[in-house]
Design a protein around this ligand. Structure first.
Ligand code: ADP
Length: 553
């Protein structure tokens, strides 16, 4: 038995930084951390969850005619960032042809699902539904879908050109906080609703020709389905349009965005929904079984959560260039920072994402200044200083931070008085403790709580450092495990395909994936840590407030 995950994972973390808009500059790296989104990838697993096939198509090098860099076009205004939609279609043609040449047995695939970069959108032209339903198996998809899009260049997650629409939406919703309460996030330029609103205002002609709007995920599912696929709740939460509690489009947001939008979007569905059988095009061209099911596709971040097999109480911390925190939430508390999405694997639950811009680069700076540029010396400093750092607390925001939006280095002594410096070893511990206290505080503000059985799953470059992970374990008072995230969105999609087949019978996602490889236990919390950090967490928010006041003074 084989499961296919047809995944549209697009665009990149490349070296481009969008720099024109202060607000977006602060928020933009949110999704950068582990997503190398410049390719389309496939992973097939068998009934034991073992990977039996993988392949990929790199946009820039294998589809050079589209002239993308990192899968995208950055326009002259530096704010508008798009990807050619036909490039994505052609990448799927190429990928399936590669699999055929590798004698992949399509006939054994019993279900498929996938993920796409969050926020990107596809505008289908009037008549496209008919084309999708009557695809000729003798031709490639890209030949037949050339005239199916009213917008050739799809807005993608790196776009930050819709500031005005963000302001308008927040105003219509009753403010940024109210919008966050409804949709899980305040208004963000890249979020799809604001992109739709912009298109409707500046290219009303193209908007008029549009019969359906998909996310990248539901667009890819539509190709397999031979008809328009529903947007799933989880990826739909990245649009500033979905009421994440009611799980339906928010009327206020729809009306503030564009006319007739509910018709153009179609009704959203639970992420584990079976959308239908694969279209006859794939049966006849590649030999898929007629009974192969297409399970709703979702966003790459939700798919990663599935790939990591996060469950209640867990937190995943990616320690890369910037640090990102993924949370499993039961009772979300939307805020002006971070993003809350419907959970892709459990209907009643939620997930959240938080991004911290000052991660590894700041740790490297302190390593260079205080530990002779050596991670070993840096680790020794952590080993040789006490838990709680004798009540010294530091904030290290070398560049304008996202969470919280503050800047500068601020050191507080045990009496909460600001001081100008510490010994190198104290500085090293203050940095790492300060970073992890902040990760915990902001996670808890979104509704996260540590429970018995909580695990911290660590990934990214700094997860190679056991002493750093020991501090993480102590601050969260939970064991830390390491995981490899490189394939998590793809694997998560394959797991979701499998779960989709049985979800209606009440079988849980975790039951379906229990045979998957376990993460590695690296450290357990020091028994003395809980009391020390509980005390520090009482002081930390007040000190952070002072840092914020200084930033905006
Ligand atoms: P990216 O966000 O670019 O994918 P990675 O997850 O690969 O980043 O992490 C790279 C970072 O990992 C480097 O900037 C480096 O500071 C950090 N790193 C690598 N090894 C160690 C170590 N032993 N201890 C702490 N940090 C480390």
């Amino acid at each position: 038995m084989t499961f296919l995950c047809g995944v549209a994972r697009l665009n990149v973390r490349n070296s481009v930084r969008i720099s024109a808009n202060q607000e977006e500059l602060v928020t933009e790296p949110l999704l950068l951390h582990h997503l190398k989104r410049n390719k389309l990838k496939v992973v097939a697993i068998d009934g034991d969850l073992s990977v039996v096939h993988q392949d990929s198509v790199q946009f820039d090098s294998e589809l050079p005619e589209f002239r993308t860099q990192g899968g995208v076009h950055i326009h002259a205004d530096k704010l508008t960032v798009t990807s050619p939609v036909l490039m994505w279609v052609k990448a799927l043609d190429l990928l399936l042809d590669k699999m055929k040449r590798a004698s992949f047995t399509f006939s054994q695939v019993i279900a498929l699902s996938g993920s796409g970069q969050q926020h990107g959108s596809v505008f289908w032209k009037k008549g496209a539904a008919q084309t999708l339903a009557q695809l000729d198996p003798g031709q490639h998809l890209s030949q037949q879908l050339q005239d199916s899009f009213s917008v050739q260049d799809s807005p993608v997650w790196m776009d930050s050109s819709s500031s005005q629409q963000c302001q308008d939406l927040q105003k219509a919703a009753g403010g940024a906080m109210r919008l966050a309460e409804i949709t899980g996030s305040r208004a963000y330029e890249r979020f799809t609703g604001n992109q739709i609103s912009k298109l409707q205002q500046i290219r009303a002609d193209l908007f008029q020709q549009t019969e359906r709007i998909s996310l990248v995920s539901s667009f890819a599912a539509s190709l397999f389905l031979g008809g328009y696929a529903a947007i799933d709740y989880s990826d739909g939460s990245g649009m500033n349009l979905l009421d994440i509690q009611a799980k339906s489009w928010s009327q206020i947001c729809l009306e503030a965005t564009a006319p007739n939008l509910d018709q153009l979007l179609g009704a959203p569905l639970p992420s584990a929904s079976v959308l239908g059988p694969v279209s006859s095009y794939f049966v006849h061209r590649y030999g898929f079984s007629e009974s192969c099911r297409v399970v709703a596709f979702t966003g790459d971040n939700p798919a990663s959560l599935a790939g990591m097999r996060l469950h209640q109480g867990d937190v995943a911390v990616s320690l890369g260039t910037s640090d990102t925190v993924f949370l499993w939430l039961q009772e979300p508390q939307p805020a002006l920072e971070g993003h809350i999405f419907c959970n892709p694997v459990e209907l009643q639950a939620y997930m959240a994402l938080l991004c911290f811009k000052n991660g590894s680069l700041t740790r490297e700076r302190i390593r260079n200044q205080c530990a002779a540029g050596s991670w070993e010396d840096f680790s020794d400093a952590l080993r040789e200083t006490p838990i709680g750092n004798n009540r010294n607390i530091g904030f290290y925001f070398d560049t304008m931070e996202i969470t919280p939006p503050a800047v500068g280095v601020h050191r507080f002594d045990p009496n909460d008085c600001e001081v100008s410096g510490w010994s190198p070893k104290v500085e090293v511990r203050a940095l790492v403790e300060g970073q992890f206290l902040s990760r915990r505080l902001h996670a808890e503000r979104l509704g996260y709580s540590i429970i018995p059985g909580t695990r911290v799953l660590a990934t990214g470059g700094a997860s190679a450092n056991k002493q750093i992970l020991q501090v993480l374990s102590d601050v969260f008072d939970a064991p830390v495990y390491t995981i490899d995230l490189s394939n998590s969105a793809c694997l998560g999609s394959a797991y979701r395909a499998l779960h989709g087949l049985v979800a209606e019978t009440g079988v849980s996602f975790l039951d379906v994936v229990k045979k998957a490889p376990e993460p590695q236990l690296v450290c357990t919390p020091n028994p003395a840590a809980q009391q020390v950090y509980d005390q520090m967490l009482k002081r930390f928010p007040q000190l952070e407030e002072r840092v914020l006041q200084k930033t905006y003074a």
